[in-house]
Design a protein around this ligand. Structure first.
Ligand code: ZN
Length: 276
């Protein structure tokens, strides 16, 4: 639907800073999950073989991960709610945006929803408790302030907000966004968030073959103080812009379910590396 696409692009522009882009290149082999940790020694409460198996199957047991699929497929239906101004401490900005889309209409919201579901499945399979910030891709919201609050309330060990950019078509590559100190609630987790960001950056490029962003950050790392999802987080948190949806080569990748699975695996492996 042409009208819808125009609306999506227009609204994305309002918050384009939180959208991302990607570039394609040779794809690498999907990384295997991290090997099991060594079993506890000296315990006779369970056979060593059982302990090894538990660690292998559930390396993230006891960990809580907050997964935030950026935007929402229904956001375009309620501009008043989505454009409502909220306080992100360093400024006031819209509650959320529609996000961007590929030139042929695959929305960022649909992409982030699909990737986040795949990511949650992998994390749960590895034993983590996963908290999502939205439960479908047809609703409106929640606001970026609430998305941060969900991770905080869950006392997440790690939190990630999944996005894809809407930059100029010639740009490509992914980047990770981490918080800056703002004399606010995020300050105590700025260092941990950076570690999480580096771990996810390394795993993401290895697993997906995505190159570093050609247009934002340094070696795919970017630090910002204008994102509510980061400023209001009291748990280690990052955003990832998986690539540029307006770049034709990257758009084609985003539409491929096999690539989206690699994206999810790259994120999961990076989070697991950080949590170990
Ligand atoms: Zn976005």
């Amino acid at each position: 639907m042409r009208a819808l696409s125009v609306a999506v692009f227009a609204l994305c522009g309002l918050a384009a800073t939180a959208c991302a882009g990607q570039a394609a290149s040779g794809e690498t082999v999907i990384s295997a999950p991290t090997p099991a940790a060594a079993p506890a020694s000296g315990s006779d409460s369970a056979p060593a073989s059982v302990q090894v198996k538990d660690a292998a199957v559930a390396p993230l047991k006891g960990k809580v991960v907050a997964v935030d699929p950026g935007h929402n497929g229904g956001n375009y239906k309620d501009p008043k709610a989505i454009n409502k101004q909220v306080d992100v401490l360093t400024k006031r900005k819209a509650c959320d945006t529609t996000g961007t889309a590929t030139n042929d209409g695959y929305s960022e919201a649909a992409f982030t929803w699909d990737v986040s579901q795949r990511l949650a499945k992998i994390l749960k399979r590895r034993g983590a408790k996963v908290v999502m910030t939205r439960s479908d891709n047809a609703s409106v919201g929640p606001c970026i302030t609430e998305r941060a609050a969900i991770g905080n309330k869950a006392k997440a060990d790690a939190a990630i907000s999944v996005h894809a950019d809407g930059a100029a078509a010639g740009n490509h590559g992914f980047h990770v966004i981490m918080p800056k100190k703002i004399n606010g609630p995020v300050d105590p987790v700025v260092g941990a968030s950076r570690k999480l960001g580096v771990a996810v950056r390394d795993s993401f490029t290895k697993t997906t073959g995505q190159p570093y962003s050609t247009y934002i950050g340094s070696k795919a790392l970017n630090f910002r103080d204008d994102l509510g999802g980061l400023n209001l987080s009291t748990v280690p948190k990052i955003f990832i812009e998986c690539g540029n949806m307006r770049n034709a080569a990257e758009a084609a990748k985003f539409r491929d379910p096999a690539f989206r699975q690699k994206v999810a695996l790259g994120l999961a492996n990076g989070i697991q590396t950080y949590l170990k």
